[in-house]
Design a protein around this ligand. Structure first.
Ligand SMILES: Nc1ncnc2c1ncn2[C@@H]1O[C@H](COP(=O)(O)OP(=O)(O)OP(=O)(O)O)[C@@H](O)[C@H]1O
Ligand SMILES: [Mg+2]
Length: 369
C-alpha cells in the first residue's frame, strides 16, 4: 500500500480473561509467499469479573489494563505509540452467518442483505450494526450469491469503542473473533482453493468451529468447550486450588504418562477429567460437521482440522480428536508468515495463543476499512 491512512495500526484482542496485542509491518512478497515482520506481540491476563461473557462489567479497571499492555507493563518492551487499532468484538455478543442473496454479486445493495438477515439472525436494524462481504457467486446460478454477514449489538460495539477511545486509541475497524482468527489461520495453513478445511479455535471462554470451502467461510458455530471451565471443573472435582488445577491441566493434558510415585493417582484423575472434556468436545465438533454436511448445498468432506487458541495446546489433544473424528487434526502455527517471531512471548505462550490478535493486526496493516 503506497499510502497508509492509519500508520502503524495494530490489532488488539480483548477477551474475558486476557488482552493481546500484535503489531506488524511489511507484508511483502517473497517469491510466492507473503511475509510480515513482527514489531511486537504482547499480552496480559485479566482477573475474572472485569469482563463477563463479553460484557464489560468494570470498564475503568479494563482501561487500566489496556494502558498497561500498550505501555509495556513496566518491562523493557517499547510502548506502542500508534493510536490506530483494529479490535475484536466478543463472539458471544455477535452473529456470523453465510446467507444466500437471490441476486448477482454486483447488484446487491445493503437493503437486500438487511432484508435477508432479518429472516435468519436475531437482528434488529435499529439496535444492531451489520457488516457484510460477498463470498462467492453460486457455481450453477449466477443470480445467487453467498454473502458473509456479521451483526453485533450497537450497545456492545459502542461500549468497546468508547473504552478504546478512552484508552487514547482510534478504532479503525472492529472484527468478530472468528473472522480475525480465520484470517490468521488461512495464512498459517496456506489453504488451497481445492480443499475443505475446518478451523477449531479453543479459547479460555469460548470455542468455535469454522468450515472453509475453496478458501471461503461457509459455516461457523460456537461450541460449549472452554479451557477455563475445564480448570474450574478440575479445581472442584479434585479439591485443589485454581493455580494447581491450571498447572496440572497443562502438564497432564490427555497424554497421560506414568508420573512420579505418589503423584500417579492424582495425575490419573486429572487425565481422566481432561479426557472426558475432550471427548465431549469431539462430539460437539462431530455434530457441527454433521450439521454442515446435512444443511448445506453440495458440501465436500472436511479433509483436515487445524486448531488455534490457547486451549488447543493441550498435550495429546490432536491425536485424541483425530482418533475420534477420523480426520487429521493439527495445531496451526499462525506465525509461519511472520519474520522474527520465534524468540518472543508469542512462542513462550505457545504458537497458537495469539492467532486472533494476529488476524486483527493483518487487517490493521492490509485493509483497515
Ligand atoms: N498447554 C496447555 N494445555 C491446556 N490448556 C492450555 C494450555 N495453554 C493454555 N491453555 C488454556 O488456554 C486458555 C486460554 O486460551 P486463549 O488465550 O486463546 O483464550 P482467550 O483468548 O483469553 O479467551 P477467549 O478467546 O475464549 O475469549 C486457558 O483456558 C488455558 O488454560
Ligand atoms: Mg481468544
Amino acid at each position: 500500500m503506497l499510502f497508509q491512512p492509519f500508520p502503524n495500526a495494530f490489532g488488539i484482542d480483548i477477551s474475558d480473561l486476557s488482552i493481546k496485542v500484535v503489531q506488524l509491518r511489511g507484508g511483502s512478497m517473497f517469491g510466492k509467499k507473503k511475509e510480515y515482520e513482527l514489531v511486537t506481540a504482547r499480552s496480559m491476563a485479566l482477573p475474572p469479573g472485569l469482563i463477563e461473557n463479553g460484557e464489560l462489567k468494570q470498564p475503568t479497571a479494563v482501561l487500566k489494563y489496556i494502558r498497561r499492555v500498550l505501555d509495556g507493563n513496566g518491562s523493557s518492551v517499547k510502548p506502542i505509540k500508534s493510536p490506530w487499532a483494529v479490535a475484536s468484538l466478543p463472539e458471544s455478543q455477535s452473529f456470523l452467518k453465510v446467507l444466500t442473496i437471490q441476486k448477482p454479486a454486483d447488484d446487491i445493495l445493503e437493503d437486500d442483505v438487511v432484508f435477508v438477515a432479518q429472516k435468519h439472525i436475531p437482528f434488529e436494524p435499529d439496535t444492531y450494526y451489520l457488516d457484510w462481504q460477498v463470498l462467492a457467486t453460486h457455481a450453477n446460478a449466477v443470480d445467487k450469491t453467498s454473502v458473509l454477514v456479521a451483526t453485533i449489538s450497537k450497545t456492545v460495539a459502542d461500549t468497546y469503542t468508547t473504552l478504546l477511545e478512552e484508552a487514547g486509541l482510534g478504532v479503525v475497524a472492529l472484527d468478530t473473533e472468528t473472522l480475525a482468527n480465520t484470517r490468521a489461520m488461512m495464512l498459517a495453513t496456506d489453504v488451497t482453493k481445492q480443499e475443505t478445511i475446518a478451523f477449531l479455535d479453543l479459547g479460555a471462554d469460548r470455542s468455535s468451529v469454522t468450515v472453509l470451502e475453496k478458501g471461503v467461510i461457509r459455516y461457523s458455530i460456537n461450541l460449549v468447550f472452554s479451557g477455563e471451565q475445564l480448570t474450574n471443573h478440575l479445581m472442584q472435582k479434585l479439591k485443589i486450588p485454581y493455580e494447581e488445577a491450571e498447572r496440572e491441566k497443562r502438564i497432564v493434558g490427555v497424554a497421560y504418562a506414568k508420573g512420579e510415585k505418589g503423584k500417579e493417582k492424582k495425575q490419573k484423575a486429572i487425565w481422566s477429567e481432561n479426557m472426558k472434556a475432550v471427548e465431549e468436545l469431539a462430539v460437539e465438533v462431530e455434530r457441527a460437521l454433521h450439521y454442515y454436511y446435512s444443511h448445506f448445498d453440495k458440501t465436500s468432506k472436511v479433509t483436515r482440522i487445524v486448531m488455534s487458541g490457547g486451549a488447543a495446546q493441550m498435550k495429546g489433544l490432536g491425536s485424541v480428536l483425530e482418533e475420534q473424528l477420523k480426520v487429521p487434526v493439527t495445531l496451526g502455527d499462525p506465525w509461519t508468515h511472520v519474520r522474527k517471531a520465534t524468540d518472543l512471548e508469542c512462542y513462550r505462550q505457545g504458537c497458537a495463543y495469539f492467532s486472533t490478535a494476529l488476524g486483527l493486526s493483518i487487517r490493521a496493516l492490509e485493509s483497515p476499512l
